[in-house]
Design a protein around this ligand. Sequence first.
Ligand SMILES: O=C(O)CCC(=O)C(=O)O
Ligand SMILES: [Fe+2]
Length: 261
Amino acid sequence: MVLVLFKYCKQVINHGDSDNLIDDSMSIFKEFFNLPAEDKASLYSTDLNKSCRLYTSNFTYETEEVHFWRDILRHPCHPLQDHVQIWPLSLKILDLICEGLGLEQGYLGDELSNGQMLSVNHYPRCPDPSLTLGLPKHCDPNLITVVLQGDVGGLQVYKDGQWVGVEPLPHAFVVNIGYQLQIISNGKLRGAEHRVMTNPRQARTTAATFINPSPDCVIHPAEALVNSSNPPLYKAFKYVDFFGFYTSDPKTVLNLHKLQA
Ligand SMILES: O=C(O)CCC(=O)C(=O)O
Ligand SMILES: [Fe+2]
């Protein structure tokens, strides 16, 4: 397994997952979005609590100020045993992150990462990309997100004050660091700020697997990374509470969980 390193975002290649399986999955995702609208309509829902739903733009179409050029099929994979077991690749990535941070192997396992959410994004061809984005600048709320971005670029990360395109590498997975990893690492790792551009020539379909803590898991900076010269930067909280704040205001949620200096 090879990690191609960017500052806040990494791509994993030679990961051992079969290229055919990746291609087949991507074909099925594209086939789904190419179905006639009336076939997909029964899955469309604006109910945030619905387990599997198809929706447009971002969390809540009705109340958001700006709409984005994206349709999403979201599947919570819950309970996990009825769908797929935790994906071995994500566990390997988490153990590599533990090694890099100096945490014991498995520290990021169990309830810190046993929630898995599949989010298949479809960004239709956009006649005028200057008017809209596929997704605005954001940082994912969770631990890490493993993204299969297919062969059409569009994902950008904010690095050193500039937007940098993440090159689509064949069969590579992009790993985005989420807020929970920033908090657990006590700021050693930073959540990846990213956005998605639209494309005037071709549609783009991507599959993001969100690796999430369980809702009641209490998140706090890892004790091994905190000492008198590195005091904790964040409060302890339940993931479900953090996620609630994130859905109402993703821009200020991290500040709410900071300890005052
Ligand atoms: O589609 C992409 O490339 C990224 C998707 C993403 O950032 C997200 O779903 O949060
Ligand atoms: Fe994201």
